[in-house]
Design a protein around this ligand. Sequence first.
Ligand SMILES: NC(=O)c1ccc[n+]([C@@H]2O[C@H](COP(=O)([O-])OP(=O)(O)OC[C@H]3O[C@@H](n4cnc5c(N)ncnc54)[C@H](O)[C@@H]3O)[C@@H](O)[C@H]2O)c1
Length: 320
Amino acid sequence: MSFLITGGYGLIGSELARMLVKKGEKVWVLDKWIVPQRFTGIEGKVTSLQADLGNFSKILEAVKESSPKVIFHLGGMLSLPSNADPQSALATNVVGTYHVLEAARLFDIPKVIFTSTIATYGLDIQKPVINDFTLQRPITMYGSTKVFCELLGRFYKTKYGIDFRAVRFPSVIGPGAKTAHISIYNAWAVEKAFYGEPYDIFVTPETRCPVLYFKDAARSLLLLEAAPAEAIQTVCYLLAGIKPMNSAAELVAAIRKHFPQAILNFKPDPLAMEFHSKSQGTTYDDSLAGKEWGWKAEYSLEGMIANFYEELKVNLERYR
Ligand SMILES: NC(=O)c1ccc[n+]([C@@H]2O[C@H](COP(=O)([O-])OP(=O)(O)OC[C@H]3O[C@@H](n4cnc5c(N)ncnc54)[C@H](O)[C@@H]3O)[C@@H](O)[C@H]2O)c1
């Protein structure tokens, strides 16, 4: 039996693949774009399938060929690309997820793990604490596609008995992230300092947003997958990330402990600030993920930045 990871060449998917390979599992990765250096050192242990999630025949073939015991469905378009091209986001995120779930149903794949986002919460939240039961009324194409996929997964669970489980990630930080999103300044500030390149952080120094290290994100998926079915009551779980939430100024201070000369400036973008300003003062409660399947982030802000630089030093080729 094996594992299939869609979006397996992405930031989180490739780390998840490496973790599964380390555990001795057979791993298949499906992606629209193949980036060979992502799996330097473990090339022979990962089987790649190049396919577009919007192409049902390809997804059926991939699921039939890999015959996994679990599909980790991570493939998709992130926030800014989705908003820039809603039609493609519909085809990739919404129709793509339908294809994955339908293929799972047709080929009797028992379990599908899905990656949603805290961007499924809107900007009109009345309470200062967001939890698993907070109204999901996003204003973006990206958030809207992910809400639909969560609901579709729940439908497949109820109607067809597929063991669907999902996390809602906060902003995930890691080396080599190529896809822009509304909170990408967190990752790119850390990375630009390493390369000695200047970077304009597009929010104010006081801005806080929840972040999670990519190794914690990948590990959360393994924990969620491994939990016994009877423990999974909530089905879709918010993950809060590093606590307490750091500000952009605190991020820069932590980076400067490694690179005191880092050329990091603040140049707030009005559009990004419009979005971030509405969520300031909000905190995230992920206690149900802790209670039901033992979730807890391992990396602090300092631990994350130290490990980020260690990764870039040791595995630079992987993240170029
Ligand atoms: N990175 C974050 O901050 C974040 C936050 C919340 C949720 N998520 C979710 O986690 C998942 C993984 O995110 P990531 O950070 O690894 O992003 P990523 O962009 O690095 O990875 C996504 C992968 O999906 C692939 N993909 C895109 N369109 C495709 C298509 N049509 N067919 C097949 N593959 C396609 C891309 O090539 C990429 O390798 C995504 O579903 C994302 O929405 C990420």
